[in-house]
Design a binder for this molecule. Structure first.
Ligand SMILES: [Zn+2]
Length: 188
């Protein structure tokens, strides 16, 4: 019997190691059941550290407390997703303008009061917010945000999932672009 504390033996606290172990088990079982495809982006989940539990219908969408609890616990409402694809509705929900990760921004320094659309990914809360430029239209910003998601995270929920292949082609053509203003300038 070792005399060291659990932390000394495991390298991290027992709680945090138990948490990791649960994830490894979840990943193993998901894989064995053929449920290791991400519910959001449908790409495979390949590492235990990436797997998260996803509610297919957000449990917050219930119109009563009972309905919320029912959605929360319903095992047929559970799927798995990548941790970067599983973002709570409150953080990466669609904005008022209809797109994910797009914010309108009025330039106060100009008399014209021109509105720019800022494309971002990640969240302020988790301190992972990345800006991928300002665009003339919200659609351009929404597409730039999608390209940012693919460039930085590999995959994720997209504003225009059907453009995935086109995005990848553009990213291969312009690997060093920090934003895609010139690539997207002709998008209506
Ligand atoms: Zn995914």
């Amino acid at each position: 019997m070792y005399k060291q504390s659990m932390k000394e033996l495991l390298g991290e606290s027992h709680t945090s190691m138990q948490h990791k172990l649960k994830r490894v088990i979840l990943f193993k079982i998901a894989r064995e059941c053929g449920s290791d495809k991400c519910y959001k982006c449908s790409y495979p989940i390949v590492r235990p550290e990436d797997i998260t539990i996803e509610h297919k219908i957000s449990w917050r969408q219930g119109d009563t407390k009972e309905k919320c609890q029912e959605l929360f616990w319903a095992t047929d409402n559970i799927a798995f997703s990548h941790r970067w694809c599983n973002t709570p509705d409150t953080i990466t929900g669609t904005n008022k303008n209809g797109y994910i990760g797009v914010y309108s921004h009025t330039n106060k320094n100009t008399s014209t009061g021109k509105v720019w659309y800022r494309a971002t990914l990640g969240s302020n809360k988790k301190k992972t917010k990345i800006s991928v430029g300002y665009y003339d239209t919200k659609k351009q910003a929404a597409m730039a945000r999608d390209m940012g998601v693919i460039r930085h995270w590999g995959c994720g929920v997209l504003n225009f999932p059907d453009k995935f292949e086109w995005y990848k082609e553009q990213l291969e053509l312009w690997p060093n672009h920090k934003d895609w203003k010139d690539v997207l300038k002709n998008v209506e």
